[in-house]
Design a protein around this ligand. Structure first.
Ligand code: CAA
Length: 381
């Protein structure tokens, strides 16, 4: 793996950094407090190519690869993890449709996602009683003429109230992983009911809702891939999605460390800046080491995916390590701020709240360990 960035990777990273610093960071605190979903930002991100970083130009993407995508996510998350997760899920939906869709589906839906016309994409896999175990889902899709009729409830759906394009999993056969299929559903389809808005600990300006499908009729041509292929599609998408969440965790970790260093230089106690004392310095040394280890794992997984090599295990290792890192680093950043870390005048309390979900969504740390163990046994067993 080459550690030097290419011209394209540098360009995407710098574009994302400029946008994140100028347009996103200044309003992150207000958006968080007001729980406001910043629709206007996603249109601008579409124009900049940030909603389809790893998508071919002919479908409106930047065609810049997975490493570029990871770097862009890190920049966005360092400014605002809420904006970053909306960006991540939108990129993930676009990649899934691009990988498994027909030309007509790509033409119609990938371009809507990459341009920002759809505002965001939603990934509707989880259900109230089926999170880590998607094979237990109950939502059904019944073929009726040239339509499928969807019934059931989805839970924890990022951007669900705003998404113009959703990928939705439903059962086309009664049991097991092999009974799952994946569908493209347009926001606003009759029978698609937006449910309860979740009042979350963190990521408060991202949107998370339940979705209910009540005799929701969609064209049969909106089946993505073939019937029964849904579980594989979900796993493939999540492998890539986990690189996105690992990148998000690296961005939050970096922001927390930078805030801690700035505070430690400024804050005086016992006659000197607290950053002069050995205990805070060692704490920050550990934070920096963990952050860089997470960045390297994440970029390696991105590199392997970009090269078309197997990367499930590496993506899970990156997601596991980076999300645990962001929680530790944000926790230490709060500690270094003392009482000021516990109030919203300083951003570290937001980083701490935003980091928390990273060990949970797109596969808990425990699910990542299952994937890592499974792949390690294949490799060494
Ligand atoms: N790529 C392609 N195929 C894969 C795969 C992968 N990464 N992983 C598994 N498969 C295939 C297997 O080859 C197997 O195929 P066969 O039956 O043909 O042999 C099949 O899928 C079943 O595999 P497993 O037996 O390993 O599956 P499992 O039921 O034991 O589950 C699991 C494994 C890793 C726990 C998986 O269920 C999983 O990842 N669960 C977590 C789900 C998750 O991450 N949900 C997050 C929700 S989305 C979200 O949070 C988005 C958001 O909005 C932020």
């Amino acid at each position: 793996m080459n550690l030097e960035l290419t011209e394209t990777q540098t360009l995407i990273r710098d574009t994302a950094r400029k946008f994140a610093r100028e347009r996103v960071a200044p309003q992150a605190r207000t958006l968080d407090r007001e729980e406001r979903f910043p629709t206007e930002l996603y249109k601008e991100m579409g124009e900049l190519g940030l909603l389809g970083v790893n998508i071919p130009a002919k479908y409106g993407g930047s065609e810049a690869g997975v490493v570029s995508y990871s770097l862009a996510m890190m920049e966005m998350a360092a400014a605002d993890a809420s904006t970053a997760v909306t960006m991540a899920v939108t990129n993930m939906c676009a990649e899934l449709i691009n990988a498994f869709g027909t030309d007509a589906q790509r033409e119609k839906y990938v371009t809507k996602l990459t341009s920002g016309e759809a505002i965001a994409g939603s990934f509707a896999l989880s259900e109230p009683h089926a999170g880590s175990d998607p094979g237990a889902m109950l939502t059904s899709a019944v073929k009726r003429g040239d339509t499928y009729v969807l019934n059931g409830t989805k839970q924890w759906i990022t951007s669900g109230a705003y998404a113009g394009v959703m990928v939705v999993w439903a059962r086309t056969a009664p049991t097991g992983n092999k009974g799952l299929s994946c569908f493209i559903v347009e926001g606003g389809t009759k029978g698609l009911i937006i449910g309860k808005h979740e009042d979350k600990m963190g990521l408060r300006s991202s949107n998370t809702v339940a979705l209910t499908f009540e005799d929701c009729e969609i064209p049969a041509e909106n089946l993505l891939g073939s019937e029964g292929q849904g579980f594989r599609l979900a796993m493939t998408a999540l492998d890539g999605g986990r690189i996105g969440i690992a990148s998000q965790a690296c961005g939050v970790g970096r922001a927390a460390l930078e805030a801690a260093v700035a505070y430690a230089k400024d804050r005086k106690a016992f006659g000197q800046a607290i950053g002069e004392f050995q205990a805070p310095r060692f704490m920050m040394a550990d934070m920096k080491t963990q952050l860089e280890a997470a960045e390297l794992l994440t970029l390696r997984a991105a590199y392997l995916k970009e090269q078309g090599q197997p990367f499930s295990r590496e993506a899970s290792m990156a997601k596991l390590f980076a999300s645990e890192m962001s929680n530790k680093v944000a926790d230490k950043a709060v500690q270094l701020h003392g009482g000021y870390g516990y109030i919203d005048e300083f951003p570290v309390e937001r980083y701490f709240r935003d980091a928390r979900v990273q060990t949970i969504y797109e596969g808990t740390s425990e699910v990542q360990r299952m994937v890592i163990a499974r792949e390690t046994f294949k490799l060494l067993g």
